[in-house]
Design a protein around this ligand. Structure first.
Ligand SMILES: [Zn+2]
Length: 431
């Protein structure tokens, strides 16, 4: 049967070119150069020429201007942090309203373990546009900002933040490997893969997170396939074209699509278990839960963000898509939390932050009142739950507060210096 990323058969690779995935060899680099994927090509500023490949991998073309010697990273002894984006676009009503909730685990089991902010806003003042990408960056940076799409896509959200992400703060201050700082991303919003670092000159790509997603898995498979066939192979052009198409989704200067040895090994194990078809592994938000579970066991992240998204399918006009997706996220949260509590590395040593990227409209005049999110007040009404060591238990706080305070609060508890963020800490959450 064909692979879900390309239809080439598996059975025709040359035995001498078969190799384990991992760092890029000179030969891989030359092949990619033959496909027009050389330095400055579709892989972005990282380039892919043989000289770089000789070093065993792709390096960023835009490293931080700070000399390595001036960055004295300490060991990170703080708690682990798991941020769960209850996206895309979920109202308070279906999440934290006792009568109407579709996420009973979140409301009835987890909330009593921590501090629940029921009157949180995505920019209550209304000066910043409501969107999934923006909301995600609010949670990552602790800032609201006006973003513009740099990817030239229709309704694109190819954003670049000028404020550092929590990942960058963590990795600049502490010796945390990139596979220990993870974004778990969905199938439909590839641009969010590249929210993993800012354009801040003191931080940036050098301190970015790694991303786990089907997009990264497909890149792993295509690269592996290219390693298995020679340029005269009938599938070489087809595989190269697929690789080019995938690579072209990278709109960020300084973003590398190279994956570390550790991540490549992760995908090799995933491939061994789920194969290449895409038909056996869970899809949609269930996939994010599965990837998160695998990551917790194998990569031991210190900071992980899970970008759930499927409630947003209500844009198509079916309320059941929305409520069912909320239930699936609730089950995912339950699994992630319980697996952490069953693991000594994470048990009672992990701060959880759970919040939507944004809310949704509440329009009583239409059949599906929460179909869209047009900058209405309701689309700014969200909630936030914080729990874990150092967090007050069993509190429900109904004062008005802001989404951008969530990462700042988590960073404060964890001891991560989020120096450029200005949002106030949610004091009620602190013990
Ligand atoms: Zn939406």
């Amino acid at each position: 049967m064909g692979d879900f990323i390309f239809s080439a058969s598996d059975s025709d690779s040359s035995p001498i070119s078969r190799r384990q995935s991992g760092g890029m060899s000179r030969r891989d680099a030359l092949r990619l150069a033959a496909l027009g994927l050389g330095a400055g090509g579709a892989l972005g500023a990282s380039g892919m020429d043989a000289q770089i490949a000789d070093k065993g991998g792709i390096e960023d073309a835009s490293p931080s201007p700070i000399p390595e010697a001036d960055i004295n990273r300490k060991d990170y002894n703080g708690p682990n942090v798991v941020i769960i984006r209850f996206g895309g676009g979920v109202r308070r009503r279906e999440a934290i309203d006792e009568t109407h909730t579709f996420s009973p685990y979140l409301l009835k089991k987890l909330a009593p373990e921590g501090t629940l902010f029921t009157n949180m806003f995505y920019d209550e003042g209304g000066g910043f546009e409501v969107g999934h990408g923006q909301g995600t960056l609010n949670l990552l940076t602790g800032h609201y900002d006006h973003y513009r799409d740099v990817s030239d896509k229709f309704l694109g959200e190819g954003f670049e933040s000028r404020f550092p992400t929590l990942f960058e703060y963590l990795r600049r201050s502490f010796s945390v490997a990139d596979h220990e700082a993870l974004i778990i991303n969905g199938e439909d919003r590839t641009q969010e893969e590249f929210y993993s670092f800012s354009n801040s000159h003191l931080f940036g790509a050098r301190f970015r997170s790694s991303v786990l997603s089907l997009y990264r898995y497909k890149l792993h498979l295509l690269k592996k396939k290219l390693g298995e066939i020679t340029p005269d192979h009938p599938d070489f052009e087809k595989v190269g074209k697929a690789f080019r198409e995938m690579s072209s989704r990278n709109y960020r200067s300084g973003a590398s699509l190279e994956q570390s040895e550790v991540i490549e090994s992760f995908w090799a194990e995933w491939e061994h278990f789920y194969g290449r078809s895409g038909l056996k592994n869970p899809r949609g938000d269930r996939l994010l839960t599965e990837l998160s579970s695998w990551a917790l066991k194998r990569l031991r992240p210190r900071l992980m963000m899970v970008n759930y998204n499927d409630p947003d399918y209500v844009h198509w006009g079916y309320m059941a898509h929305y409520t069912r997706a909320i239930s699936i996220i609730d089950q995912g949260i339950q699994r992630i939390y319980q697996e952490c509590q069953a693991d000594e590395f994470y048990r009672d040593n992990t701060i959880f932050v759970i919040a939507p990227d944004c809310g949704r409209d509440t329009n009583p005049l239409v059949r599906v009142p929460c179909q869209h999110h047009f900058n209405t007040r309701s689309s700014r009404e969200i909630f936030g739950l914080v729990l874990g060591p150092g967090v007050a238990r069993g509190q429900v706080v109904d004062r008005q507060c802001e989404q951008i305070s969530l990462p700042v609060t988590a960073a404060t508890i964890a001891g991560i210096p989020m120096t450029e963020a200005e949002a106030p800490v949610l004091e009620e959450a602190l013990v």
